[in-house]
Ligand binder design. Structure first.
Ligand SMILES: Nc1nc2c(ncn2[C@@H]2O[C@H](COP(=O)(O)OP(=O)(O)OP(=O)(O)O)[C@@H](O)[C@H]2O)c(=O)[nH]1
Length: 297
């Protein structure tokens, strides 16, 4: 009898003070330009930054909002709460620090690391180091601050030890079925990502005012020599949500469309003609078939 290989999948948060190289690292790990992927309904509690699927492993990198601002020097209580909640919910935390440069910002991060989770210390930008001896001393000091599970010195820019980090993460991922399509670049996924990009803009602009989640349906996708013509429909739950989404003189919708078009254009690397409509579908979230219609399975 052949033994069935088990699949491992899990959520990973990459944290660290500004400028240590978190985004560069995630982009180097997942490769390619696409940094937003479609998420299925059950994973919406996380904002997904990117997904990497390798053989029998799926790494799902999540956003940790509190760590993302360059103006985040003084971390306030609310931000700490967001960070703590996110980290409590992931499987592996990767704490990135810059080789040879420990500062106050790093000291602020350590108390937020969850002791109940697997935490990997990444020493980034080792390509900039002059001497390896300095690295040893630097690392020893940090290891006294927190009980990390593993340490990986690496360079995202020079592709040094990135596989070692992936191995260390993989060892700590729980067993589970993949949550995302393996091939993020299938046509279907590109449409999903497009819908997701629009949804993200809506969320950013009017997320506070819209009490229920809206969803986005791609109704037309025509590839022509001059570019891609896309019609997208935003499905809201109530008539009263329409004016919120539109904004005064349609300003919100215009901004959502402009920003989404820029991102979609960058992703597809060709001109994009985007039209967005709003549709009211009362109680859509209750109906399973309606959900399937909209791409949630
Ligand atoms: N030499 C070198 N530079 C790097 C490396 N990784 C990142 N950088 C540079 O460090 C700077 C900051 O990188 P980011 O990836 O934006 O850092 P971040 O932690 O995401 O920053 P925030 O968005 O402010 O939190 C950029 O100029 C990168 O090019 C590396 O491995 N080697």
């Amino acid at each position: 009898m052949t033994e069935q290989t088990s699949f491992k999948t899990g959520f990973i948060a990459v944290v660290g003070r500004p400028n240590v190289g978190k985004s560069t690292l995630i982009n180097a790990l997942i490769g390619g330009k696409i940094s937003i992927v479609s998420r299925k309904a059950q994973t919406t509690r996380h904002r997904i930054h990117g997904v990497l699927t390798q053989d029998n492993k799926q790494f799902i990198f999540v956003d940790t909002p509190g760590f993302q601002t360059r103006h985040g020097g003084t971390m306030n209580r609310m931000m700490n709460r967001v960070v703590t909640q996110t980290l409590a919910d992931v499987d592996v935390v990767v704490h990135v620090v810059e080789a040879g440069k420990w500062g106050e910002g790093d000291d602020n991060v350590v108390p937020l690391l969850p002791t109940s989770k697997k935490c990997i210390l990444v020493i980034s930008k080792v390509d900039l180091l002059k001497s390896k001896n300095d690295l040893f001393e630097f690392t020893s000091k940090i290891l006294q601050k927190f009980p990390y599970d593993a340490v990986v010195p690496l360079s995202a820019v020079k592709d040094i030890q990135l596989n070692v980090l992936l191995d260390e993460i993989a060892q700590r991922l729980p067993e589970g079925e993949p949550m995302f399509d393996e091939d993020a670049m299938t046509d279907r996924s590109v449409r999903f990502i497009t819908a997701e990009l629009i949804r993200e803009k809506i969320f950013r602009l009017v997320g506070d005012e819209l009490p229920y989640a809206s969803t986005v349906q791609i109704e037309k996708w025509d590839e022509t020599p001059e570019g891609v013509h896309i019609n997208a429909c935003v499905v809201v739950e109530r008539e009263s949500h329409k004016p919120i989404l539109l904004g005064a003189k349609g300003m919100h919708m215009k901004r959502i469309a402009t920003e989404a078009r820029q991102d979609i254009r960058e992703m597809l690397d060709k001109p994009v003609f985007l039209e967005i409509y709003i549709k009211v579908r009362k109680g859509w979230s209750d109906k399973e078939s309606a959900l399937r219609d909209l791409g949630y399975e």
